[in-house]
Every structure is written in structure tokens, then in C-alpha cells.
Design a protein around this ligand. Structure first.
Ligand SMILES: [Zn+2]
Length: 71
């Protein structure tokens, strides 16, 4: 019952691509310091674009993570 070396390698790979939790509209991973949720500008917080398709900027959540510089 030894830990598999391959599993550990897969875990470290995620840090390089900044994680799968991020959406294209996010400026930082959720939970990062000096960031906050903001309404997605592409779908105005609906998660659905004007043509009825899912908003890819926010991943359909209607929210994006943005950097807040004034903290
Ligand atoms: Zn959106």
C-alpha cells in the first residue's frame, strides 16, 4: 500500500495551469488574496449569453473573480 508516484505527479501539474476551477473571465483563482467576485460583463450575471448559449467567460456562473487593487 505505497502511494503511487504517478498520482503525486498529477497533483503538482495543476498548479502550473492555475487549476481547473478558473474560468476564462477570472483574473485569479478563487480564494486568492486581494480578489473578489464580480458580475460577469459578458452575460451581466445571468450565466447565459444573449444568444442563449452558456457564457464561457464565467463558465455559466454569472460571476468572475477579479483582482482588487485597493486592499
Ligand atoms: Zn458570463
Amino acid at each position: 500500500m505505497r502511494p503511487h508516484p504517478e498520482l503525486r505527479q498529477a497533483a503538482t501539474e495543476g498548479t502550473e495551469t492555475a487549476g481547473a476551477d478558473m474560468n476564462p473571465g477570472d483574473q485569479a483563482p478563487p480564494g486568492s488574496p486581494q480578489t473578489g467576485e464580480n458580475v460577469c460583463r459578458d452575460c451581466l450575471g445571468k450565466g447565459i449569453r444573449a444568444d442563449g448559449s452558456r457564457c464561457e467567460t464565467c463558465g455559466g456562473t454569472g460571476k468572475v473573480i477579479e483582482l482588487v487593487g485597493d486592499a
